[in-house]
Design a protein around this ligand. Structure first.
Ligand SMILES: [Mg+2]
Length: 220
């Protein structure tokens, strides 16, 4: 089962076909894409933060997480599959979850959570619109704001760092789990900072011999 589910918005998060793109987006990296899901209808389609997103998508898959998409637009599932294949060199297959025409994205996010049976905080939803993020956050989902909009001075640097941090924290957990026996994963204590949490582990029998303490806290 997937450990985390990374859900992406499409327009102005992964790609943009806006004719006046420089007025819509900030100086985030934009590369003319080799595949346009809109078929050239709006002009050139740009891949946003292509190299970073390629590497993030590769890591998501390599670490056994799931990818899903929820868009308010009308791009079809086979079109985003082609975009991901041509732009990132990744074939998602046909089993990934995909929802288009979602003006209210929360019902689709809940359906994705039900499908993967994950905790709400393990569903990580990235979107460039606070309009969509706010209700998702209220449901307990982890939200990442894609800072690509023209009014953001950060030029798309924050959300890629946050995505990388989400990937690092799950990697850290699996490293810790390989050394310790987890006695109760529900012992997670939320410190109000999504980048760090404490988890309670019982030492494995092997490690108990090495030290008199029978349990310890690990920062992940
Ligand atoms: Mg968008």
């Amino acid at each position: 089962m997937a450990k985390k589910v990374f859900v992406f918005d499409i327009d102005e998060t992964l790609l943009s076909s806006r004719p006046n793109i420089d007025k819509i987006l900030n100086k985030v990296s934009k590369t003319p894409s080799s595949y346009d899901p809109y078929g050239g209808y709006f002009g050139t389609c740009y891949s946003i933060n292509k190299q970073k997103m390629k590497s993030i998508m590769e890591s998501i898959i390599a670490e056994g997480h799931a990818i899903a998409f929820v868009t308010a637009g009308n791009i079809e599932k086979y079109e985003i599959r082609s975009f991901v294949e041509k732009e990132y060199g990744i074939d998602l297959g046909d089993s990934f979850l995909y929802f288009n025409d979602q003006l209210d994205k929360t019902p689709a996010l809940k359906e994705i959570q039900r499908h993967y049976k994950c905790k709400p905080q393990d569903l990580i939803f990235t979107d460039n619109a606070e309009y969509h993020l706010h209700p998702a956050r209220k449901e307990g989902f982890t939200t990442i704001y894609a800072d690509n909009n023209f009014f953001d001075k950060t030029d798309g640097a924050n959300y890629t760092k946050e995505l990388e941090s989400q990937l690092r924290s799950s990697l850290d957990i699996s490293l810790v789990e390989s050394e310790y026996e987890v006695i109760d994963k529900d012992e997670w204590v939320d410190l109000g900072d999504s980048k760090s949490s404490f988890i309670f582990f019982e030492k494995s029998k092997e490690r108990q011999k090495e030290s008199p303490l029978d349990s310890e806290w690990a920062l992940v």
